[in-house]
Design a protein around this ligand. Structure first.
Ligand SMILES: NC(=O)c1ccc[n+]([C@@H]2O[C@H](COP(=O)([O-])OP(=O)(O)OC[C@H]3O[C@@H](n4cnc5c(N)ncnc54)[C@H](O)[C@@H]3O)[C@@H](O)[C@H]2O)c1
Length: 397
């Protein structure tokens, strides 16, 4: 059996530990490696990297692993580990990814790939020049609800897709009486916070992979709650956007409206839901669920404010059953990335895709600041991306 060495930098962070280490990489080791198309398996050899020896030793021991270090350079120079994975705080990523690319490592990284579009494009350029394979976490595409949606789209269920309305959000407590359930840096723009920076890179890959590439954005952001309380109970001023109301136009004419907010109370089945309306049918999908209404069973409402409407509109929808097994999305993507790496195939969700996500966030913020819709030219090559950097930066200023 082949073995692939992976550097896991930030192995004790929230995402690094739970979703990537425990739920993905250790789960892959415990199942006997990544299954390959020829029936063989690729087993993983992990080295955990971080700042705190005690935490690293504990994380390694808990997961039956032996190798950890606080010296990143030592493993970047170690040929036994050809893959570098980065789930660090976003502000550190540009620097660490540059070091890993320079060391010739294949890259797999959390989103956003950088804090600015310019830096994200630089990373894509450096990886291309160094010919290092690279992949960016696109986890939402692997959620059961979105996999069911993918199947409906591929089956032609919708006919022509006209519009998509997405609602994402929930109430994040201010932290004064009930502790906030998100870290305080999320609400400070000087620390890389903001719901646009956090979520628009997700919306970019969800939209471009399911519905089509985004050709323009209009967004209105808000900081609805100006004062919050941090992890130590200290009041602080929220400087970052905590809600964003966006319209994305797609090159194929579909309109996507997306509300993202940490200041809404949930009256939905799930914390994110997308309603997709097409000529032949509609669907409402969440993380897990997916309900559909084909054209042939669509009711025919008429507007009459004088007569109370007794019709139960929710009863007109049919739930798509869980008729296949859905693995953890982060793990499913890890397996896909490793397979493509070992087989030498180009991985589609790469640093250029990551840069498109960072561009959408940056342009969304610029759109809100300037109160106008901003065009997004296609970015299908690093050359195009580099050409787009200068005007994008100028427009944002
Ligand atoms: N794909 C997703 O759904 C998703 C969800 C949440 C977060 N993320 C992304 O994952 C990344 C990490 O987010 P998180 O919520 O796990 O954050 P976190 O604060 O829990 O983890 C950050 C990691 O960076 C390390 N770190 C911080 N400062 C450091 C320094 N100066 N030197 C070395 N290491 C340092 C920490 O030790 C920790 O391991 C972010 O980029 C975030 O955007 C992705």
């Amino acid at each position: 059996m082949d073995t692939l060495g992976i550097i896991v930098n930030g192995a004790t962070g929230r995402m690094g530990h739970r979703q990537h280490l425990v739920r993905s990489l250790v789960a892959i080791i415990n199942q006997g490696g990544v299954p390959m198309p020829d029936g063989s398996r690729v087993q993983l050899d992990l080295v955990l990297v971080g700042r705190n020896e005690a935490k690293l030793a504990a994380a390694a021991a808990e997961n039956g692993l032996e190798n950890w270090t606080t010296d990143l350079d030592s493993v970047l120079n170690d040929p036994r580990y050809p893959v570098y994975f980065d789930p660090l705080s976003t502000s550190l990523r540009h620097d660490t990814l540059k070091r890993a690319i320079a060391a010739g490592k294949a890259i797999y990284t959390e989103k956003p790939t950088a804090e600015t579009f310019e830096q994200a494009v630089e990373l894509a350029r450096l990886a291309e020049e160094a010919k290092v394979p690279n992949g960016v976490v696109h986890d939402k595409l692997y959620l059961p609800g979105l996999l069911k949606l993918r199947r409906l789209i591929d089956d032609g269920f919708f006919g022509e897709i006209l519009s998509v309305r997405g609602e994402f959000g929930y109430w994040v407590f201010e932290g004064d009486t009930i502790p906030a359930q998100r870290p305080s840096w999320n609400y400070r723009s000087e620390d890389g916070g903001g719901i646009v920076a956090d979520m628009f890179c997700h919306w970019n890959y969800v939209i471009e992979n399911l519905f089509g590439s985004i050709s323009s954005v209009y967004a209105k952001t808000a900081t609805h709650i100006p004062t919050r309380w941090d992890e130590k109970g200290q009041a602080y001023t929220a400087t970052a956007d905590d809600a964003a109301y966006a319209i994305f136009e797609l090159a194929n004419g579909t309109i996507v409206q997306m509300n993202s907010s940490w200041d809404v109370r949930v009256n939905r089945d799930e914390l994110v839901e997308f309603q997709v309306d097409g000529t032949k049918g509609s669907a409402v999908v969440g993380l897990f669920g997916c309900k559909i209404q084909p054209r042939d069973i669509t009711p025919r409402p008429t507007w009459n404010p004088d007569i109370p409407d007794e019709h139960d509109y929710r009863a007109d929808w049919v739930e798509v059953p869980d008729n296949t097994v859905f693995d953890n999305g982060f793990k499913a993507q890890w397996e896909e990335f490793i397979r493509s790496l070992v087989l030498g195939e180009k991985y589609p969700y790469d640093l250029l895709a990551g840069a498109r996500g960072v561009r959408l966030a940056e342009t969304g913020l610029a759109s809100s600041a300037q109160g106008r819709r901003i065009e997004l030219p296609p970015l299908t090559s690093v050359d195009q991306a580099e050409a787009a950097v200068a005007p994008a930066v100028a427009k944002a200023l």
